[in-house]
Design a protein around this ligand. Structure first.
Ligand code: FMN
Length: 178
């Protein structure tokens, strides 16, 4: 295992490892990404988590992948519950993502005070999301720091006008990964 802060993985010959590490991180940060809330549920345990690493992986079947930190509460809820729901956020709701970087409090109707509802899988979907993808877990691939959860879309729909601008990482001052 590399020590904390020590550059991870291959370093091209002749480059300063620290400098290359910083450059590689900025290149990885430059990949355009959306910003979502990932809903998960196992029994009565529910969570919503800020997530940027989401992508469609296949058109037939309709597969979506999300990469989740192996130590996250969401990781155990997706593993145990066998499902996840991706809420696509409105750009005007950018402030919401800072409130879902730790396990959320469930009060019987809302998570951290944000109203949610269930669709096909029972995972929480944000009421004020622009759209959602509700997915049944098809496979989990352990990739190290993150697990790639691959889900088949069981239900998808818009909750707000389809032309509502959706949130992207570039709309914030945040970054993730790298
Ligand atoms: C802008 C941003 C993007 C994030 N993207 C991801 C992500 O794609 N995957 C992930 O596991 N955690 C991501 N996180 C971290 C999680 O939101 C969270 O802090 C952590 O995974 C713990 O989640 P938990 O509530 O399920 O324990 C991101 C955080 C921020 C601020």
């Amino acid at each position: 295992m590399p020590h904390a802060g020590e550059p991870v993985g291959p370093i091209p010959a002749g480059l300063d490892p620290e400098e290359y590490d910083r450059t590689r991180r900025r290149v990885l940060w430059s990949l355009p990404t959306g910003l979502y809330l990932l809903g998960s549920r196992a029994g009565e345990r529910r969570n919503l988590m800020t997530l940027s690493l989401a992508v469609q992986l296949s058109t037939d079947p309709k597969l979506v992948g999300v990469a989740v930190e192996s130590g996250a509460v969401t990781h155990s809820l997706v593993s145990d519950g066998g499902a996840f729901a991706l809420s696509v956020l409105a750009r005007e709701d950018r402030a919401i993502v800072r409130r879902f970087v730790k396990p959320a409090e469930w009060d019987g109707a809302a998570l951290n005070g944000e109203a949610v509802h269930e669709r096909a899988t029972g995972c929480p979907v944000l009421d004020r999301a622009v759209a959602y993808l509700d997915c049944r877990l098809e496979r989990a691939v352990d990739l190290g720091a993150h697990t790639l959860f691959v889900g088949e879309v069981l239900d998808a729909g818009f909750l707000r006008a389809e032309d509502t601008p959706v949130l992207r990482m570039e709309d914030t001052r945040m970054s993730y990964g790298g």
